[in-house]
Write a protein that binds this ligand. Structure first.
Ligand SMILES: Cc1cc2nc3c(=O)[nH]c(=O)nc-3n(C[C@H](O)[C@H](O)[C@H](O)COP(=O)(O)OP(=O)(O)OC[C@H]3O[C@@H](n4cnc5c(N)ncnc54)[C@H](O)[C@@H]3O)c2cc1C
Length: 280
């Protein structure tokens, strides 16, 4: 196998492969970091997609109705219909604020949705949440919305030899707990700490990295697997338990604090493990 001639690494040490590089040998490298996300070809199967995905669209922030500028809001019918609106910043610094709307959809219904009239879907979506009318009214074609597919996968060997996985390439999940970006950042921080603390060889860096992150990743992957069907599934029982038992209980201390801890990624004390927070 021929050896590739590599361009000089840029300041960020990201190496872009020259055209025709496929099929030739690269390296050796001290460490290879897979940060290619949920569809990384370097990460393992199973690549099973979750049965529900979502249609997404980002629009100028609506001025005619009130949506909280600092929170994500959702409306449900059981767990098989769900719409959400969240603030999504501005396209450029100082630019106009935007809102992102999403509509939960079973993947198996996507073809049918594309073949049906957009106006019919808009009517259904607005009936579920009338305040979203001004966000949806300007949509003209199905192509105005993008379909996001979710997958749940924990790569069994997040570090092997000189290869380490960070973020979704290690642990992909549905976005219900909203922790994917946080987890990826914590992985990156942990790896940078491991590189600083144990630069002897790849094995000791990987060992230190996994020690800092494995417990937290396992905990959140398990919680994500457990809670996703409460928000996206055809279950009749789970949404009943959610609305009639969990929701009233969540009003009482210490439940709000526990819930906030869960959806801010604090369970498992990851910031303490990474020495990002003092114990007191
Ligand atoms: C619809 C949706 C909503 C979400 N909502 C939330 C949320 O509210 N909160 C939250 O925390 N998380 C959310 N997530 C999850 C979050 O986006 C991910 O967990 C997070 O982006 C993972 O970061 P990452 O760096 O591991 O991967 P990614 O952000 O996927 O980055 C991987 C990068 O690698 C690049 N790449 C892939 N293959 C190649 C290649 N062959 N060559 C070069 N580049 C390549 C990709 O283009 C991409 O830029 C959501 C995800 C989706 C799909």
């Amino acid at each position: 196998m021929p050896t590739c001639r590599l361009p000089r690494p840029t300041r960020s040490a990201v190496i872009s492969l020259p055209p025709g590089a496929a099929g030739c040998r690269l390296g050796p490298f001290d460490l290879l970091i897979d940060a290619l996300g949920a569809r990384s070809p370097l990460s393992s199967d199973p690549r099973r997609e979750l049965p529900f995905g979502a249609l997404w669209v980002t629009r100028p922030w609506p001025m005619d109705v009130y949506f909280p500028a600092d929170a994500l809001e959702q409306r449900y019918r059981r767990a098989d219909r769900m719409a959400g609106v969240m603030p999504s910043g501005a396209e450029e610094e100082g630019g106009a604020p935007t809102a992102t709307y999403f509509w939960s959809l079973p993947l198996r219904d996507h073809d049918r949705w594309q073949r049906s009239a957009l106006a019919d879907w808009k009517q259904e979506a607005i009936a579920l949440w009338p305040e979203t009318e001004s966000l949806l009214a300007p949509l003209e074609t199905h192509e105005d919305l993008s379909l996001a597919r979710y997958r749940h996968r924990t790569h069994e060997q997040p570090a092997k030899g000189r290869l380490v996985h960070v973020g979704d390439s290690w642990h992909a999940a549905s976005p219900q707990l909203g922790q994917g970006a946080n987890m990826a950042l914590l992985d990156a921080w942990a790896l940078s700490r491991a590189l600083r603390d144990q630069p002897r060889d790849a094995a000791s860096v990987a060992g230190r990295y996994l020690k800092m992150r494995r417990g937290h990743v396992r905990l959140y992957q398990a919680m994500s697997r457990m809670f996703t069907p409460v928000y996206q599934s055809h279950s009749r029982l789970l949404p009943l338990l959610r609305d009639w038992i969990a929701a009233p209980l969540m009003q009482w201390p210490p439940a709000p604090r526990l819930l906030a801890g869960m959806v801010s990624g604090a369970y498992g004390r990851p910031l303490h493990t990474l020495a990002l927070l003092d114990d007191n």
